[in-house]
Design a protein around this ligand. Structure first.
Ligand code: AMP
Ligand code: GLY
Length: 428
């Protein structure tokens, strides 16, 4: 049995915990490091946290050479946009995640809109601006609501939906003049508001090879009924029942294949997870809201619970050129994860509270994935806005939701918050 493989996972969220949990189950993997990880990754077998920031690429490379790492899996977008994969490639170490050039699909919304327009990929009508007067002029005679987005990375928070011109004008000032999102908002995209249901359509890509993963639906806003400010995601489930085989094929044909073809036409080799955030309207037509160049968080958590294949093998196949032939297998059960967050998130919040009730929760059908947590003197403390994603695997979505919320009710800390309606679009 080959069990000599040594993996480095870059990131500290629930997505990275789910990767570590899943890869640790591979017979082919001897050791996993997570940089910097969290209290959850630290608790997985074969897994050790290392105190290196995802932005410190030089130290990650030095560490990987010293520890004979043969696969790096990058969770978050920032290091990808900053070229982590390009640098590992120079060192000859396999790094799963797109190059900086390919990651621009997520790193610049202006670029991704231009790309979609060029390659005929359905998306909302839009314009880009770096000038306040021109942006306001454009917004004046539009129909509302209208969507305003920071061009660059803003952790899922750089998007506002405005109901009238007064609000548009105020937001244009905040983005472009007051630099609410810093450099990321030097340019803004103003686009048409789309209605329908959102689906996270995530595939693995290696050049022209495509392997679709299970579908999922995130819950982006902080409030129940999809109200309030956008967050990184407050809960997700998989699969999405209305994405049947026909719709699946349609999304592959109208969005994923043209995207991959477009990348190749631009001379860009994309290797990694490619996530199309879609809006599906009542006629089952899909439009792209955004691309991400990585797996979703919290989508990863329920999707990993359903994945029956060996994740190490799966990622490794992309380096062997056999990704699209990989016999991926999924549980037919439904997985659902509820995100528990700090009071105040996605605005300001406090951390450093002890989390109670975590003992003996994990089993074959229930897993608490950690996001913003850290261990201090054997206590598990909150250490971020999104703290835990309590995920369950049930025969149907009702069962997985009941299992997840029953576990959520046992966990507590000062100021803990969660949405009570994860899955509401399919559970009436
Ligand atoms: P994005 O980062 O571009 O995916 O935007 C974050 C969230 O804002 C999306 O998941 C949607 O919920 C919402 N959103 C973004 N663009 C639009 C749009 N054109 N119409 C309606 N909602 C949108
Ligand atoms: N959950 C949305 C994202 O990862 O972008």
């Amino acid at each position: 049995m080959e069990s000599k493989n040594r993996v480095l996972i870059v990131g500290s969220g629930g997505r990275e915990h789910a990767f570590a949990w899943k890869i640790s189950q591979s017979q082919k993997v001897e050791k996993i490091f997570v940089a910097p990880g969290n209290a959850g990754t630290e608790g997985e077998i074969k897994t050790t946290n290392i105190d290196i920031s995802p932005s410190d690429i030089d130290s990650l490379i030095r560490f990987s050479k010293n520890e004979n790492i043969n696969l790096v899996v990058v969770g978050p977008e920032d290091p990808l946009v900053n070229g982590i994969t390009d640098q590992f490639n120079i060192e000859g170490i396999n790094c799963f995640g797109p190059s900086a050039e390919a990651a621009k699909l997520e790193g610049s919304k202006g670029y991704s809109k231009m790309f979609m327009q060029k390659y005929g990929i359905p998306t909302a009508d839009y314009s880009t601006f770096d000038n306040v007067v021109e942006a306001k002029d454009y917004a004046k005679d539009k129909t509302y609501p209208l969507v305003i987005k920071a061009d660059g990375l803003a952790a899922g928070k750089g998007v506002v939906i405005v109901e009238n011109y007064a609000s548009a004008s105020k937001n244009i000032d905040e983005f472009l003049d007051q630099k609410k999102f810093g450099e990321a908002g030097n340019t803004i995209v103003i686009e048409e508001f789309l209605t329908g249901q959102e689906v996270s359509f995530i595939v693995m890509v290696n050049g022209e090879e495509i392997l679709p993963l299970a579908t999922s639906q995130d819950h982006k806003t902080i409030g129940e009924g999809d109200k309030g400010l956008n967050t990184g995601g407050m809960g997700a489930y998989s699969p999405v029942p209305f994405v049947n085989e026909k719709l699946n094929e349609k999304i592959l044909d109208s969005v994923i294949k043209p995207t991959v073809k477009g990348l190749l036409s631009e001379g860009i080799h994309f290797r990694g997870f490619l996530y199309a955030g879609l809006m599906i309207d009542e006629n089952l037509e899909a439009k792209v809201l955004e691309y991400n160049c990585r797996f979703g968080d919290p989508e990863t958590q329920p999707i990993m619970m359903r994945m029956e294949s060996d994740l190490y093998d799966l990622i490794d196949s992309s380096f062997k050129g056999s990704l699209d032939k990989f016999p991926i297998e999924w549980s037919s059960k439904v997985a659902l994860g509820v995100m528990m967050s700090s009071r105040g998130y996605p605005g300001e919040y406090e951390t450093g509270f002890e989390i109670s009730g975590l003992d003996n929760l994990n089993n074959d059908i229930l897993k608490v994935f950690h996001s913003g947590t850290k261990k201090e003197k054997n206590k598990i403390m909150t250490n971020g806005g999104r703290v835990l994603c309590v995920s369950a695997l049930g025969q149907n979505i009702q069962e997985s939701r009941d299992l997840a919320y029953s576990a959520v009710s046992k966990v507590n800390w000062k100021g803990c918050y969660f949405r009570k309606d994860i899955g509401f679009r399919v559970i009436r």
